[in-house]
Design a binder for this molecule. Structure first.
Ligand code: PLP
Length: 396
């Protein structure tokens, strides 16, 4: 007997992966320049030059046995000190090394937190649209997921729905801003109201209801939008971060959990996160990239290409009759209202024209399609005739 859950997860690829694999096969059939793959969120701009420079410096100046050796389980102390200083400076708090736990990207950060917090019967609340792996991570930690419907069209938080959903089993609320897939950035007003609601509910139920803030897109914002610092709005906030998107390093697997001093019983929560890391067999986050992250924290890859792609999509799709009234404020995803209510059918129509879009219902938000625009700008230009043909199918 095997774990049927694991067999199922290992057998069925995610909708996104399936589409991505299809795109590769299709490109072999008809030529790569004729397939317009907007399925996956793999950064398409190189890391900032400081990453290469730091790597070169580390490789030539640090003893290889140290550089490639095991570090402390929670991350090298000097790395955590450097990172704590950087975060303190950037966000105006006094963070210390003992509050940071370095992880194998945001995915591991989240899994460590879910495993650390969960006791039988626990429930986590999250808001659609959401990153589909959340369900896998939370259920893998033995908890239930309660997904609240999207608030169209701004994709902020429906506080009335949250008020009704929180109950004595709620262990935490999970947010992701800038949001994959909607591109929404939660406003200070939204976060303020969320913080107040969670304070009231924590008091009512006599235990903290944590806020888990998943922030891999924190630095990827457009126009004058910036991402508010979530711990400013609610004391029991645990931050999960990753350098995958900001520094274009998704394959290097580096991120962190931050359990600030304001979190109730913060030292015990931190110890539980470290214990979860042991349970899950992470040992320590990649040693070389811990050091890169500490040096390059706060930098971001050149988002000029993403900004240009976003502008092009807004203008060109708008001209063709698509609703581009709410361009993403952050991330590199465009969440486009579909031209028929059935987003799966719409994405099938798009696929027939070699435009690979992910249906919003896979993220819990039907009526939308997600386009990853972390692609070469030429792919967007090349796709416009296809989008035109698609619009024509719907009489636009
Ligand atoms: N959270 C969100 C919202 C994501 O979009 C992703 C990756 O795409 C992750 C977490 C996982 O990021 P990482 O590569 O750091 O594990």
């Amino acid at each position: 007997m095997l774990s049927q859950r694991c067999v199922d997860l290992g057998t069925a690829p995610s909708v996104i992966r399936e589409l991505f694999e299809y795109g590769k096969l299709r490109a072999k059939e008809v030529g790569a320049d004729k397939v317009f793959d907007f399925s996956i969120g793999n950064p398409s701009v190189p890391p900032p030059h400081e990453v290469q420079e730091t790597l070169a410096r580390l490789l030539t100046t640090v003893d290889p046995l140290t550089l490639h050796g095991y570090t402390s389980a929670q991350g090298d102390l000097a790395v955590r000190e450097q990172l704590a200083a950087s975060l303190s400076k950037r966000f105006g708090h006094e963070y210390t090394a003992s509050q940071l736990y370095l992880t194998v990207g945001a995915a591991a950060a989240l899994c460590c937190v879910f495993h650390a917090l969960t006791v039988p019967g626990d429930e986590y609340i999250l808001f659609a649209p959401y990153f589909p792996e959340y369900k896998v991570f939370i259920e893998g930690a033995g908890a239930r997921v309660n997904i609240l419907p999207p608030q169209y069209p701004d994709f902020q938080i429906d506080l009335n729905a949250l008020e009704a959903a929180v109950n004595e089993h709620t262990k935490a609320v999970l947010i992701n801003s800038p949001n994959n897939p909607s591109g929404a950035v939660y406003t200070p007003e939204t976060l303020n109201a969320l913080g107040k609601l969670l304070e009231d509910k924590s008091r009512q139920y006599g235990h903290p209801i944590y806020l888990i803030s998943d922030e891999p897109y924190r630095e990827l914002t457009y126009d004058s939008v910036t991402t508010p610092w979530t711990p400013d709005f609610y004391r029991d906030t645990i931050v999960c971060y990753s350098y995958s998107k900001s520094l274009s390093l998704p394959g290097e697997r580096i991120g962190y959990v931050l359990v600030g001093r304001s979190v109730t019983d913060s030292e015990t929560v931190y110890a539980a996160v470290a214990g979860a890391g042991r349970t899950l067999g992470y040992v320590n986050a990649p040693s070389l990239f811990q050091r890169v992250a500490a040096t390059c924290d706060g930098l971001r890859a050149d988002v000029g290409v993403y900004a240009e792609n976003r502008r092009l999509l807004t203008e060109e799709l708008g001209k063709l009759g698509y609703d581009t009234a709410h361009p993403p404020q952050g991330t590199f995803y465009y969440f486009l209202p579909t031209l028929e209510p059935d987003d799966v059918a719409f994405c099938q129509q798009a696929k027939a024209l070699d435009l690979l879009l992910v249906p919003g219902s896979g993220f819990g938000a039907p009526g939308y399609a997600r386009l990853s625009f972390c692609v070469p700008t030429d792919r967007i230009r090349g796709a416009i005739p296809g989008f035109h043909a698609l619009a024509q199918r719907y009489g636009r």
